[in-house]
Design a protein around this ligand. Sequence first.
Ligand code: UD1
Length: 419
Amino acid sequence: MNNIIIEGGHRLSGSVHISGAKNAVLPLIAAALLPEGVSEIEETPWLTDVCYMCDVLNYLGAHTQYADGILQINPASLTDCTAPFEEVQKMRASFLVMGPLLAKLGEAKIPLPGGCAIGARPIDLHLKGFEAMGAQITIGERYIEAKVNNLHGARIYLDFPSVGATENIMMAATLAEGLTTIENAAKEPEIVDLANFLGAMGAKIKGAGTDTIRIVGVRALHPARHTTIPDRIEAGSFMLMAAITGSELFLENVITSHLQPIIAKLNDAGVRIIDEIDGLRVLPSGRILPVEIKTLPYPGFPTDMQAQFMAFLALAAGNSTIRETVFENRFMHVAELQKMGADISVNGHTAIIRGVPKLQGAYVEATDLRAGAAMIVAALAAEGETVIGQVDHIYRGYENIVGKLVEVGAKIREEQSAE
Ligand code: UD1
């Protein structure tokens, strides 16, 4: 496994092209199992998570092909309803094939999902939805099996607006008989992107982006071509990399409205961001002001930006608090930031960040994907050299992160680790 090595204390400048969103493209890929014929997804970021998802589809008998940012998916030879154990273990989002498989083949057998180690992350809400639609669910030691003779519409209330459950149920409902209503649905931009792709295939969906989504099932869907929305978490991460180094940085390919919860907190912290025609410009700012953050489902502050913001606030002029309400146990980056001199304590679901004047380079680990991005944010501003280990986590969700940072002047490189 490689390390990323960063010499801190250098300003960034220039512009960064933001890739298609990882969290949008993974459900889009699963959705491409639903129609007959070849669908195309433009702005597909080439990430390890995308490769895992393609592996799952290929294993199921579909055919995927990637060139120049366009992913072609042909589900014509989809025959197998059992997803591969190893791939699903590597990535929780591969559970998203369950909805399409149930709808298309009436059967799905999926290993219990893995993914980033950030808390229990159950899938009960997905299963509750499928059961309401007529599926029989059997939970084994390693696999979950679902079977259905007649997938039918249902009224499904989600106890929590789960992104994955909303997506999985929405996909299954496109081919179910009658009306499905998802109440307390997730409202993330990635849900709207998926609904747009499904709509382009001929699905009848209303209300995506609100807390009530209505889907009237159709007999069949046709393939479609779709462009993935830009990655709001990648954009937010680059904003913080600019802000912590006091740099001016331009971000191309962003949807500003998706970034409002992040921009609002950056503004509170004293960072100025200008909305321009082709993108967003982060301006150099002075001392970081402390802020209070509580993670929430969209349009609240995203849990996927929590770690990176914590790294940034480690250098604030005063005390900040971050309360994590979406996931259990998502503070693994705290111990890593402490190695760099951050003064952070955790009390239950709340972290108190006492700003320090400087961070020091150290050996740290990317304990999960966003924690890894947080290490990059901190390292760019730290004195001396930081070596980040376990960087495979970072490559799951940040396309060409080292290349993009080199382009804007960061002193960053990759090296084979000693083990
Ligand atoms: C998605 C994102 C992830 C992000 C998360 C929250 C993808 C591929 N991943 O993950 O990056 O951090 O949304 O914005 O899009 N829950 C249940 N039962 C369920 C499902 C979820 O209790 O059946 C709980 C989870 O344990 C967690 C919370 O709901 O505490 C949020 O999970 P969910 O919104 O489902 O996240 P994911 O779709 O897994």
